[in-house]
Design a protein around this ligand. Structure first.
Ligand code: NAD
Length: 259
């Protein structure tokens, strides 16, 4: 379905971004991989994607740095002509009550989880519009729809990216470019394992009990969403069936948001 198209997936060296990169590559899209990590592991990811018959490139832009984001977008366009599918996924978390929340962590979360999507979108959109086809998929969170205590920067950034999604969807509504957000509940990635470890230490639980406790607080299905399921949703949003889905924020969250 995406043969000949190019997808830039920010934060695709791990977790959800990697799941989305795999799913888009399986549909034939060339992939621009981004994110931090060990050079050998990143080369392994590229090889795995290339085995699906697509071309890849890696750019290590730090998504908190607009000049590096610009360099990545230009490099991707230099290699593949344009970005057809932009997946804004890179993200970090910091958990603390607001009075103890370091200002520097606030700035970092807002820069990586929100501002980076403003920069990639404004840079990639002109060529999408010219081609009259494009897909922008923002990986928000159920925290783009509801809040949890001690996540002030994350919740603010995720609500922000849902707002950004709606504005971009309106500004592209009469074109072949769509912009939507995916709002996952708990997915067992390194970002969430850190929170499980913190809970295990705080409550004196083993890993399995801490996982159950984390799910039990918020996710009625008591099961993690998988990166593969989110990848499938991203593929759907890139399909012709989704041509008129614009400005949506789809929760995929084991029932979290239904409560
Ligand atoms: P992860 O830690 O597994 O992956 C994060 C990715 O972002 C990695 O590739 C990392 O290298 C990259 N990254 C982090 N900081 C970066 C920076 N400054 N510049 C470039 N890349 C950077 O986390 P994940 O759980 O896969 O999270 C991916 C996205 O999904 C995030 O936006 C997160 O908020 C969102 N999300 C996660 C969950 C969950 O339960 N895991 C739920 C809802 C939303």
């Amino acid at each position: 379905m995406l043969k000949g198209k190019t997808a830039l997936v920010t934060g695709s060296t791990s977790g959800i971004g990697l799941g989305i990169a795999r799913a888009l590559a399986a549909q034939g899209a060339n992939i621009v991989v981004n994110g931090f990590g060990d050079a050998g592991e990143i080369a392994g990811i590229e090889k795995e994607l290339q085995a699906l018959g697509v071309a890849t490139m890696y750019h290590g832009a730090d998504m908190s740095r607009p000049s590096q984001i610009e360099d990545m977008v230009r490099a991707a366009e230099g290699r593949f002509g344009r970005i057809d599918v932009l997946v804004n996924n890179a993200g970090i978390q910091h958990v603390a009550p607001i009075e103890e929340f370091p200002a520097e962590r606030w700035d970092a979360v807002i820069a990586i989880n929100l501002s980076s999507a403003f920069h990639t979108t404004r840079m990639a959109l002109p060529k999408m519009k010219r081609a009259n086809w494009g897909r922008i998929v923002n990986v928000a969170s159920v925290h783009g729809l509801v809040a949890s205590a001690e996540k002030v920067a994350y919740v603010a950034a995720k609500h922000g990216i849902v707002g950004l999604t709606k504005v971009v969807a309106l500004e592209t509504a009469a074109t072949g470019v769509t912009c939507n957000a995916i709002c996952p509940g708990w997915v067992l990635t390194p970002l969430v394992q850190k929170q499980i470890d913190a809970r295990a230490a705080r409550d004196g639980l083993d890993n399995d009990a801490a996982r159950r406790s984390l799910l039990g607080d918020k996710q009625p299905s008591m099961q993690f969403v998988t990166a593969e399921q989110i990848g499938a949703m991203a593929v759907f949003l890139c399909s012709p069936a989704a041509d008129q889905i614009r400005g949506a924020a789809y929760n995929i969250d084991g029932g979290w948001y239904a409560q």
